[in-house]
Design a protein around this ligand. Structure first.
Ligand SMILES: NC(=O)c1ccc[n+]([C@@H]2O[C@H](COP(=O)([O-])OP(=O)(O)OC[C@H]3O[C@@H](n4cnc5c(N)ncnc54)[C@H](O)[C@@H]3O)[C@@H](O)[C@H]2O)c1
Length: 254
């Protein structure tokens, strides 16, 4: 297991799914964690249970990011890990997407990720441990997009490029900050349960696209996040780690 003791992390979208599993995993690996979420009740409960701190946050609120980063610095004395995990689907195709639906999914999934990185980088570079690791969460829809969610697919595609731009800028700045992307495939979380309600049968379909014929447990995604957050991979930046049970590795004809 990666040793994250002495490191301090912010994990967004901590109330459920991959975010909750990431808080559990980073705590188990020894990190101090500030979890954030719009869902204050569930987020605080998860953080209380795991010994993490909690802050209510809508990641699309850019001004709030400075407060959250300041809270982590005050509590822990450094910021070493940022996991931009909070995300939402929008369920609209190019045939019917409304302006407010498009704007919201881009604001949360893409602008929220950018704003988190922008706020965290100076804090990471200046904390008691200089440098750090940013892990942004994309999706296999950033590789093979969903025809029925144009905003989600576009936002996640943009997160992949955003991460590389941030990674290379940080490398050129020599600030010791790495930035990588985790690309989950179908993972058994609230997002997919909501999709199942709208489109019954979709979860079985998602399981079937992996040659392993199942969805991921969120803890399996959290394990990849913890590795990228750790000092085990100092030469990994601008990289992408698929956690999809091989779904993107197989020709669709087979
Ligand atoms: N579950 C999957 O199959 C899957 C696949 C690929 C990528 N992902 C990505 O993984 C990430 C986590 O999703 P999940 O599957 O755990 O879903 P989830 O719905 O279980 O958890 C998402 C969390 O984000 C929070 N959130 C939503 N909007 C927010 C906002 N504006 N500000 C702060 N918090 C907000 C929610 O309250 C929730 O706790 C997302 O970025 C998602 O796009 C999930």
């Amino acid at each position: 297991m990666p040793d994250l003791s002495g490191k301090a992390a912010i994990v967004t979208g901590c109330a459920s799914g991959i975010g909750a599993a990431t808080v559990r995993r980073l705590r188990a690996d020894g990190a101090d964690v500030l979890g954030t979420d719009v869902n204050a009740a569930a987020g605080k409960a998860l953080c209380d249970e795991t010994g993490a701190r909690f802050a209510e946050q809508d990641v699309s609120d850019r001004a709030r990011w400075d407060e959250v980063v300041a809270q982590a610095l005050k509590a822990f004395g450094s910021l070493d890990i940022l996991v931009n995990n909070a995300g939402m689907v929008s369920g609209a195709s190019i045939g019917d997407v409304a302006d407010d639906v498009w704007d919201r999914v881009l604001a949360v999934n893409l602008t929220g990720t950018m704003a988190g990185c922008r706020a965290a980088i100076p804090a990471m570079a200046s904390g008691k441990n200089s440098g750090g690791a940013i892990i942004n969460i994309a999706s296999t829809t950033a590789i093979a997009p969903s025809p029925v969610d144009v905003g989600y697919s576009a936002s996640k595609g943009a997160v992949r490029v955003l991460s590389k731009s941030i990674a290379t800028w940080c490398a050129q700045q020599k600030n010791g900050i790495r930035c990588n992307t985790v690309i989950p495939g179908a993972t058994e979380t609230g997002i997919l349960h909501a999709a199942e309600e709208a489109m019954p049968g979709i979860m079985a379909g998602f399981a079937a696209i992996s040659p392993m014929n199942r969805m991921a447990d969120p803890a399996e995604t959290a394990a990849a996040i913890a590795f990228l957050a750790s000092d085990e991979c100092p030469f990994m930046t601008g990289a992408e780690m698929l956690v999809d049970g091989g779904a993107m590795a197989i020709h669709p004809g087979f």
